[in-house]
Design a protein around this ligand. Structure first.
Ligand SMILES: [Zn+2]
Length: 308
């Protein structure tokens, strides 16, 4: 009896403590577009944030359609971190107009985008200022030659820029915990710096290493580590037979052994090329939620993709 009474007293005490004084306030409810962003926000917000991802695992962020229950969940969120992926162009306006209190932060702000790799001949990467953070100049067809490459989450140095934007937004939303966010951010930046250095080391002996991939998600990654991405998709479409023949020749000439595919797209064309070069198809996921571990694994796979 005595023990039960004690439990009740403790329970009542805890309830009063939490509700009355808001000592352990509710975490800031945050929405992000794609799974890797969840890690970015969590590293800075830790248990002060509750992060939900809009584009579900396995779904394609170019064409995603949010579900009605997700739209309802967004109405309870305080912050939305947009990253400039294609479906945002079509959906963000609606999300904002139905949730006027929701604050949308564009984490591609301040990032210079490179044009999408559109065909397999290496071209000089041209830097140009593009202000894509409102998605206004995003055309419907993606991956066309010269269109800005949206895959800015696949380079640690670009994630550092996004981390700063995330930090600023969390501090503004929840100024009471400003110092905590700052501390977490600093730790995260050191982690990202280490990751970047490790990846540089991984590829330091392979300047200009070429890898073939169906959908050209890895442009920034390739750019950061001195690699060359050879996309199979041409302007967002499967290659025509003549282009396919050219790709197969190109793969043979370059000692390519592995053709990369990603879970969100069909691997059919990749399989066809792999068969022709007596190679294999390996999946690498640009949208994995365990972002940093995934990037390390991808690096190992890309490094091993050439014939010895
Ligand atoms: Zn893509």
């Amino acid at each position: 009896m005595k023990k039960e009474a004690m439990v009740i007293i403790i329970y009542v005490f805890i309830s009063i403590f939490y509700s009355g004084y808001g000592f352990a306030g509710d975490p800031v409810s945050v929405f992000v577009s794609i799974p890797p962003q969840k890690q970015f926000v969590q590293q800075i917000g830790k248990d002060l944030v509750d992060v939900q991802v809009l584009v579900e695992p396995g779904a394609d962020p170019h064409t995603y359609e949010p579900k009605p229950q997700q739209m309802a969940a967004i109405s309870k969120a305080k912050l939305y971190f947009a990253i400039g992926v294609e479906f945002e162009t079509a959906k963000l306006d609606k999300i904002v107009s139905t949730n006027p209190k929701l604050k949308v932060i564009h984490t591609d702000h301040g990032i210079q985008k490179i044009p999408m790799d559109a065909h397999h001949h290496h071209e000089e990467i041209e830097h140009h200022e593009t202000d894509m953070h409102h998605g206004q100049d995003h055309e419907e067809k993606h991956d066309g030659k010269g269109l800005p490459d949206p895959h800015i989450w696949l380079s640690p140095s670009l994630v550092m820029i996004q981390a700063r934007t995330i930090l600023n937004a969390l501090q503004e939303m929840d100024p009471g915990n400003s110092a905590v966010y700052e501390k977490n951010y600093n730790t995260y930046i050191s982690d990202l710096t280490k990751l970047d250095q490790d990846l540089k080391n991984t590829f330091s002996g392979n300047p200009g290493l070429k890898f073939m991939v169906f959908h050209p998600s890895w442009g920034y990654f390739a750019h950061a580590y001195g690699l060359e991405q050879i996309p199979i998709e041409i302007e967002g479409k499967k290659p025509k037979p003549s282009q396919l023949k050219e790709l197969i020749e190109h793969a043979r000439e370059n000692q390519i052994r592995v053709v990369f595919a990603q879970p969100q797209f069909s691997a059919e064309t990749a399989k066809l090329i792999a068969k022709e070069i007596h190679g294999e198809v390996i999946f690498i996921d640009p949208l994995a939620e365990n972002w940093s571990d995934n990037l390390r694994q991808v690096a190992i796979k890309i490094k091993a993709a050439l014939r010895p």
